[in-house]
Design a protein around this ligand. Structure first.
Ligand SMILES: Nc1ncnc2c1ncn2[C@@H]1O[C@H](COP(=O)(O)OP(=O)(O)OP(=O)(O)O)[C@@H](O)[C@H]1O
Length: 512
C-alpha cells in the first residue's frame, strides 16, 4: 500500500474516532507528525452571518484543546475568504503573506510562523480551514501541500458535523433559556398561589373585572394577599406594562397627604423648589393601588371622591386641572360599611369604591393552599438563604402548619417559613415554634415563641364597642413596650401594624 493511501486510511480513522473534535484532532496529528515538519494542527471555522472566524480546536504534541474564540473580520476579509478562486491548499512560508491568516493567527496562535492550509468546503460552501503550522518560517514545501490535499473530504465532513452538533447544542441552550423565560412569565401570571384552590372564587372575580376599567375594592384581613390580588388585576388588564403605583394611605402623615397624592407646584409652600408629581400622576396610564384606604382622613376622602368623579387632579398650589387616565384599585382590612355608620368614612366615596368588591378569605379558611404556599415561599427564599435544593418538611410539621391559626395570614406564613429555613441545619424544616392549635384560638405573640390564648368565650354577654376594646388593647401593648410605638420591640412591631397606622388609630381613639 502506498504511503498516501495508508496515511489517508489512518488519518480518516483517527478523525472519526471521537465526537470530541479536539480528541480526534490530537490523534490525527500523531499520525501526520512523522510526515510533516509541523508543530501543531488547528481547525478554524468561517461564520459568514456574523463575519467572524471561530477558532475551534488546536492540537500539538503535548495535547489538544477545544477553543471557542471568535475573531471579527472586515468586509474585505470576508470577501477574500468566499472568493471561489481561493486555492484549496496553500503554503504560507510566512503567515504575514495572507492578511486573514495573520489577523487570526496573531490572536490565537501567535507562535505560528508558517502554515500549510487546507480549505474545507461542502457543496461549494466555504466552512473554514484545517491547517498544519510550524513555529519557524518556510517549513512546508509542495510535497507537503500535495500530501495534505487528500484530506479535504474527511476534514470537511468532521468539521461540518461538529459545526452542526455545536449549533444544535447552542440552539438547545437557547431553547432551554427561552423555555425558562416563558415559564417565568407564565409563573408571573400565576403568581397567585392557590388560584385554582382556596382563591378560586377570588380569581374568577379577578378574571372578570380585570379587562374592564371599573374601580375595585379589595377587602380582607391584614397579610391575606390584597396587594397580590391588586397586582393580578393590573397584570391581567390592558394596562399591564404601564405603572402600578402602590400608596399606603395609612403611612402618609395627614399634613402631607395632599402633596403626596396630588403633587405640588413650584413655590406651593416653603421648600417646594420645583414641581413634583404626586402618586396619581405617577400612575397615569396605569393603575393606582390605594392600600389601607380606611386610614385616609375625611378631608382627603373628599378630594379622592373628586378624582374618581372627574378623573382630574389639581396639584397643591396649582389651579389647572391635570387630566388622568387611571384605574383605581383600593384595599382595606377595615369594615368600611361600619365606618360609614360611625361617620369615619364618607358614604358617597364608599358607594363609588364599592362598585366591585372582592373579599379575600383569611388563610384559616383556605388551609388547602398551605402546602402550595409553603413550597412557593421555600422556592422564593432558597436562593437568598443559600439553599441549593429545597429542604424537606415532615408530615407532622405539615400537619402543624395546616392546623395553625394564622392570625397574621399569609404574611405570617412567609415569616414562619423563613424562620424555619434560617434555623434549619440541613435536615427537614422544624415548625415546632408554631405551637398553638386552632381550637383554642391561641395565637403566637409577635416574638412567635409563647402562645397567647385569646378566648372570646370568657367574655360576657355585655359586648363593648370594638373601638373601646381596641383602645384597651393598645394601652396594654404600650404598657408592655414602655410607651414605645415604633422601632424594634415597639408596639407597632409587636402588634404587626405600620407605626403610622398605629399612630393614626391611637389618635382616632383619643390615646394621643
Ligand atoms: N396567594 C398568594 N400567593 C403568593 N404569595 C402571596 C399570596 N398571598 C399573599 N402572599 C404573600 O404574602 C405576603 C403578604 O401579602 P400582601 O402584602 O399582598 O397582603 P396584604 O393583604 O396586602 O397585607 P396588608 O393588609 O398588610 O397590606 C406577601 O409577601 C405576598 O407576596
Amino acid at each position: 500500500m502506498s504511503l498516501e493511501l495508508s496515511l489517508y486510511r489512518e488519518v480518516t480513522q483517527t478523525l472519526s474516532s471521537s465526537l470530541q473534535i479536539e480528541t480526534a484532532l490530537k490523534a490525527c496529528f500523531a499520525e501526520l507528525q512523522p510526515h510533516f515538519p509541523a508543530d501543531g494542527i488547528y481547525i478554524n471555522l468561517f461564520l459568514p452571518a456574523s463575519q467572524e472566524i471561530q477558532s475551534v480546536a488546536v492540537a500539538d504534541a503535548n495535547g489538544a484543546k477545544q477553543l471557542d474564540r471568535r475573531i471579527a473580520l472586515t468586509e474585505e476579509m470576508c470577501q477574500l475568504l468566499q472568493d471561489p478562486d481561493r486555492p484549496l491548499v496553500r503554503i504560507l512560508t510566512d503567515v504575514h503573506q495572507d492578511p486573514v491568516t495573520y489577523h487570526v493567527l496573531s490572536q490565537v496562535l501567535p507562535q505560528a510562523r508558517s502554515v500549510v492550509q487546507l480549505r474545507l468546503k461542502i457543496d461549494d460552501t466555504h466552512l473554514g480551514v484545517a491547517a498544519l503550522y510550524a513555529t519557524k518560517e518556510g517549513a512546508f514545501n509542495n510535497r507537503h501541500a500535495e500530501l495534505f490535499r487528500q484530506f479535504k473530504a474527511p476534514f470537511s465532513l468532521v468539521t461540518a458535523f461538529n459545526l452542526q452538533s455545536r449549533n444544535m447544542l447552542a440552539d438547545n441552550a437557547h431553547l432551554a433559556s427561552e423555555n425558562r423565560a416563558l415559564r417565568r412569565s407564565i409563573a408571573g401570571q400565576d403568581e397567585v398561589v392557590g388560584a385554582r384552590n382556596g382563591l378560586k372564587t377570588v380569581m374568577e372575580q379577578v378574571e372578570a373585572i380585570a379587562p374592564l376599567e371599573s374601580t375595585v375594592l379589595i377587602t380582607g384581613q391584614t397579610g391575606v394577599g390584597k396587594e397580590v390580588i391588586a397586582n393580578a388585576i393590573h397584570q391581567r388588564s390592558s394596562r399591564t406594562g404601564k405603572p402600578f403605583i402602590k400608596v399606603n394611605c395609612g403611612a402618609i402623615p395627614d399634613s402631607l397627604i395632599d402633596s403626596e397624592l396630588f403633587g405640588y407646584e413650584k413655590g406651593a409652600f416653603t421648600g417646594a423648589e420645583k414641581r413634583k408629581q404626586g402618586y396619581f400622576e405617577q400612575a397615569n396610564g396605569g393603575t393606582i393601588f390605594l392600600d389601607e384606604l380606611g386610614e385616609l382622613p375625611l378631608s382627603a376622602q373628599v378630594r379622592l371622591l373628586r378624582v374618581l368623579q372627574n378623573r382630574t387632579i389639581v396639584r397643591v398650589g396649582g389651579v389647572e386641572p391635570v387630566e388622568l387616565d387611571i384605574r383605581v384599585v383600593a384595599a382595606t382590612h377595615r369594615d368600611l360599611a361600619q365606618m360609614v355608620q360611625t361617620g369615619d368614612f364618607r358614604e358617597d366615596l364608599w358607594y363609588r369604591l364599592n362598585v366591585f368588591p372582592i373579599d379575600i378569605p383569611g388563610l384559616n379558611q383556605r388551609r388547602q393552599d398551605i402546602p402550595l404556599l409553603v413550597h412557593h415561599f421555600m422556592e422564593q427564599l432558597a436562593p437568598r438563604l443559600g439553599f441549593k435544593q429545597l429542604p424537606a418538611i415532615s408530615g407532622e410539621d405539615m400537619m402543624r402548619l395546616q392546623n395553625h391559626a394564622w392570625p397574621g395570614n399569609v404574611r405570617e406564613l412567609v415569616n414562619a417559613v423563613e424562620r424555619a429555613m434560617i434555623q434549619s441545619r440541613g435536615g427537614p424544616l422544624d415548625f415546632r415554634f408554631l405551637s398553638c392549635p386552632v381550637a383554642g384560638h391561641a395565637i403566637p405573640e409577635s416574638d412567635g415563641e409563647r402562645p397567647v390564648i385569646i378566648d372570646p368565650s370568657h367574655a360576657t354577654d355585655m359586648l363593648v364597642p370594638l373601638d373601646v376594646m381596641t383602645a384597651k388593647y393598645m394601652e396594654h401593648a404600650l404598657r408592655l413596650t414602655g410607651g414605645k410605638i415604633h422601632g424594634p420591640g415597639g408596639a407597632a412591631e409587636r402588634l404587626k401594624i405600620h407605626p403610622n397606622t398605629l399612630r393614626s388609630r391611637m389618635k382616632k381613639l383619643g390615646l394621643l
